[in-house]
Write a protein that binds this ligand. Structure first.
Ligand code: ADP
Ligand code: MG
Length: 317
């Protein structure tokens, strides 16, 4: 099988959105303009860096799309489609079949069309460029938080960290918690419904890919404010409680890979927030407040508490 057989076999199927005028198979895809603003984002996953070389194709396909869709969620966008650039060391049909199934599982859940891409021979690397839409001027950004806004998170923190640490043999968890934390690590659910529900309510938003401390730091930096986090309010699971003596608050604050949304809400929009909170899967958890003074302070924990590291960053030594 060559490049073209591979594309035809694994990555060609009819589009669901009428806006996709032309998808896989021509020199480029054509999307109809819709009167909405387009939201574009790209993320690359490299074997050995973002996932173990031996990771099942299904999980790699699912997560490659999930991390991109999570960025659309953080912008409040409705997902439309994506481009897939694939560098493969060899054609391993078992792996490719799994990859395609994981990719399309999430694509179907989120109603996203694969509209094109590129396929080359090289070290296993997956780049996805995702496209969504928002009503003009309504995209959520990192820059709108103001002192007095409340800080919320869309679901549990630290579950992916537990999955990673458990798999690495660095924490021991009661057996019953293993499926839940590994699922959160391998197949994160982007908070698409939440992101769209927060349009017109959140003053700023970001998704937690590198850890709450790092990502909230990006939000406060872009907004020119600071944050006070209440450690007693962090949404932590029973699994997390079981590992707390080993991981403390650090795993929830700095590991990342949770793909929850962190967002801020001005006091006058709290009623609107409560109105939508009941309709989304993870609920919204109040975890702290935006303050005028730049920086991040921790309340409610041990005196002088600060996490040992800041969060994940490529090229940081
Ligand atoms: P070109 O040489 O014109 O860039 P390619 O031969 O790279 O075209 O790709 C042929 C078609 O297949 C294009 O429509 C491209 O978008 C699509 N394509 C290539 N690789 C993938 C992939 N991994 N997933 C989906 N579509 C792909
Ligand atoms: Mg090409």
């Amino acid at each position: 099988m060559d490049e073209f057989g591979l594309i035809a076999t694994y990555f060609t199927r009819p589009a669901r959105h009428a806006a996709v005028r032309l998808g896989v198979g021509d020199d480029a895809a054509v999307l109809a303009a819709s009167g909405q603003e387009h939201v574009l984002t790209t993320d690359t996953l490299v074997a050995g860096v973002h996932f173990p070389d031996a990771a099942p194709g299904f999980d790699v396909g699912y997560k490659a799309l999930a991390v991109n869709a999570s960025d659309l969620a953080a912008m409040g966008a409705r997902p439309l489609g994506f481009l897939l650039s694939l560098a493969l060391p060899a054609i391993d049909e078992t792996w490719l079949g799994g990859f395609r199934d994981g990719l399309f599982r999430l694509a179907d859940e989120l109603a996203m069309d694969l509209i094109g891409g590129d396929t080359v021979h090289g070290a296993l690397t997956i780049t996805i460029t995702a496209i969504g839409e928002v009503p003009p001027g309504e995209a959520l950004t990192r820059a709108g938080a103001r002192a007095g806004d409340r800080i919320y998170v869309s679901g549990l923190l630290g579950e992916a960290a537990l999955g990673f640490l458990m798999r690495a043999g660095r924490v021991t968890l009661p057996e019953e918690f293993a499926p839940q934390v590994l699922a959160r690590l391998d197949r994160p659910r982007p908070r698409i419904a939440e992101g769209q529900a927060l349009r017109g309510i959140a003053s700023a938003a970001i998704d937690v890919s590198d850890g709450l401390v790092a990502d909230l730091g990006h939000l406060t930096h872009a907004s020119g404010v600071g944050a006070a986090l209440d450690l007693r309010r962090l949404p932590l699971s029973d699994a997390y409680d079981a590992a707390f003596t080993t991981v403390g608050y650090d795993a929830a604050l700095t590991f990342g890979d949770d793909y929850e949304l962190v967002f801020t809400v001005p006091p006058e929009r709290l009623t609107a927030l409560h109105g939508v909170a009941a309709k989304v899967p993870g609920g919204f958890h109040y975890i702290g407040d935006i303050v005028a003074e730049p920086g991040l302070v921790f309340r409610g924990g041990p005196a002088g508490y600060a996490p040992a590291t800041g969060g994940y960053a490529h090229f940081r030594s």
